[in-house]
Ligand binder design. Structure first.
Ligand code: KIV
Ligand code: ZN
Length: 530
């Protein structure tokens, strides 16, 4: 066992140790459109474990068969992290959660109920009835599992006296971690620190449990509020990669971890996170969720380490610390330099991809190599970011029902654009000619002619991977159909081709989901409190 792993197995030995609880696969995945496939969830869980996350909240087992299966398999396959599942304050939820997490080396049940006046009104329980429900459900969870987390949802808008009362009940019933959620992103740093501090000072038994903070970013204060809570005495931060999550998202893991690392002088706490793995996880979560990271996002944004103005560059050349408070390599960012050309071989590509965090099996490497050669023929300079786009963009898989064979587009100022598309539909090649309001519109119409569908296009986003007119474009397309949501991505030096592939990629994912209705689709949300 490495020292990092030992620290994760018994972090409580150290009072300055902050436990990192990642909820990308539960609170993050709940974000409309961020749904991940089963394989993607397993991959992300594996990466979180390798990065040193202490606790992975792997899902909400009662929500759907898909969630249950994902949590169970993550529980079986994870090496070191604690695997946690979410459960409402109901016996059937808690039992289902336990069924899923019990396979883990170190399982945890996380049960919760909304305690603020607005949330108490949903199940129509008065204060006493809710207190009794909390006692019964935490006791039930603790009889199944010796690691139980309890959350009073909307804690920051719960009356102080009632909050103290229910936290005490949960501790007495056996909760080992008390999480204080700022469900609607309402609190502010001084208040966040004060709330945790006062709870620890006031509630009997508080010294025997870990206090956690769970912040949402509605007012842009999630990171600050989480760090303030730690200063107030919390020793667990709940967060997601890239801050993924409903509305404005959750606290971003990379931000709190790097803040404590860089400002250890005023926040003398440490985590077990291997920060050099941050960039890779950020890119994978962005790809599989379809939520692109804004360029100026702290730590993981494309511009976070870019120094473009002349004054900055001059200062950087003299001394990197002039404008840099962390080194790009601290977060696993390899320098973007000219890496490869059309004469580079397979071994060089494998080694470069390894440096970028991608270890590919031989067949995957062969596939990427073919696409790399094709790109190198069309693009003078192939940068690290080009390679990342090549590996991560959703490409047609052999098993896909829809595969683009060729696309020709004519457009200009003289009339509508025209697209001629040849696409294999379940192995049969078909051709469509469509005109439209621009080349992308014409292309999407051609796709719809060959594969009629009612899916609503809820997102169409184009980004340039690098500079220059021959830059690759990465395109994300999100589709919604009968409550199923699927996101497709693709990259190409031709924006229209990337758009067509991303659209078809999303349609293929939607087809897979359609075949699994009742499995991947959430039947209930954690907000359905009764
Ligand atoms: O934001 C929230 O309150 C939650 C709870 C389920 C912990 O996500
Ligand atoms: Zn939340």
């Amino acid at each position: 066992m490495t020292n990092q792993d030992k620290d994760r197995v018994s972090p409580e030995v150290n009072k300055d140790r902050v436990v990192i609880f990642d909820t990308t696969l539960r609170d993050g995945e709940q974000s409309p459109g961020a749904t991940m496939t089963h394989e993607e969830k397993l991959e992300i869980a594996g990466l979180l474990d390798e990065m040193g996350v202490d606790i992975i909240e792997a899902g909400f087992p009662i929500a759907s068969e898909g969630d249950f299966r994902a949590v169970s398999e993550i529980a079986r396959s994870t090496k070191t992290s604690v695997i946690c599942g979410l459960a409402r304050a109901q016996f059937k939820d808690i039992d289902r959660c336990w069924e899923a997490v019990k396979h883990a080396k170190r399982p945890r049940i996380h049960t919760f109920i909304g305690t603020s006046p607005l949330h108490r009104a949903i199940p129509n329980l008065n204060r006493d009835e809710m207190a009794e429900r909390i006692h019964d459900t935490v006791t039930h969870a603790r009889n199944l599992c010796d690691n139980v987390q309890w959350s009073p949802m909307d804690a920051t808008r719960t009356e102080w006296d009632y909050l103290c009362r229910v936290v005490e009940i949960a501790i007495k019933a056996g909760a080992t971690t008390i999480n204080i959620p700022d469900t609607v992103g309402y609190t502010a740093p001084a208040e966040s620190a004060d709330l945790i501090k006062r709870l620890i000072e006031t509630v009997p038994g508080a010294d025997d449990v870990v206090f956690a903070t769970h912040c949402h970013n509605d007012l842009g204060m999630a990171t600050a509020n989480s760090l303030a809570a730690v200063i107030g005495g919390a020793r667990q931060i709940e967060c997601t990669i890239n801050g993924l999550g409903e509305r404005a998202g959750n606290t971003a893991l990379e931000e709190v971890v790097m803040a404590m690392k860089v400002r250890g002088d005023i926040m003398p706490y440490h985590t077990s996170i291997d920060t050099t793995k941050i960039m890779h996880l950020s890119r994978r979560v962005s790809t599989v969720s379809g939520f692109q990271v804004q360029p100026n996002k702290a730590i993981v944004g494309k511009n976070a380490f870019a120094h473009e103005s002349g004054i900055h560059q001059d200062g950087m050349l003299k001394n990197a610390e002039t404008f840099e408070i962390m080194r790009p390599e601290d977060v696993g960012l390899a320098e973007t330099n000219l890496v490869m050309g059309k004469h580079s071989g397979r071994a060089a590509l494998r080694s470069k991809l390894k440096d970028l965090g991608f270890e590919l099996a031989d067949n995957q490497l062969n596939d990427v190599f073919v696409r790399f050669k094709d790109l190198a023929d069309r693009k003078k300079e192939v940068y690290d970011d080009d390679l990342i786009a090549l590996v991560t963009a959703g490409e047609d898989a052999e098993k896909d029902s829809l595969v683009i064979k060729s696309l020709r587009v004519a457009c200009g100022t003289g009339g509508p654009a025209e697209a001629t598309l040849v696409m294999a539909v379940d192995g049969v090649e078909k051709t469509a000619l469509q005109s439209g309001d621009g080349p992308v519109d014409a292309t999407f119409k051609a796709v719809r002619e060959l594969h009629p569908n009612e899916a609503h296009l809820s997102l169409y986003q184009v980004n340039a991977v690098t500079e220059g007119t021959d830059a690759q474009a990465t395109v994300s397309v999100r589709l919604e159909e009968d409550g199923n949501i699927a996101t497709g991505q693709s990259a190409d030096t031709d924006t229209v081709v990337a758009s067509a592939k991303a659209y078809v990629n999303a349609l293929n994912r939607l087809l897979v989901r359609r075949g699994k209705v009742g499995e991947d689709r959430k039947e209930i949300s954690y907000k359905d409190v009764s």
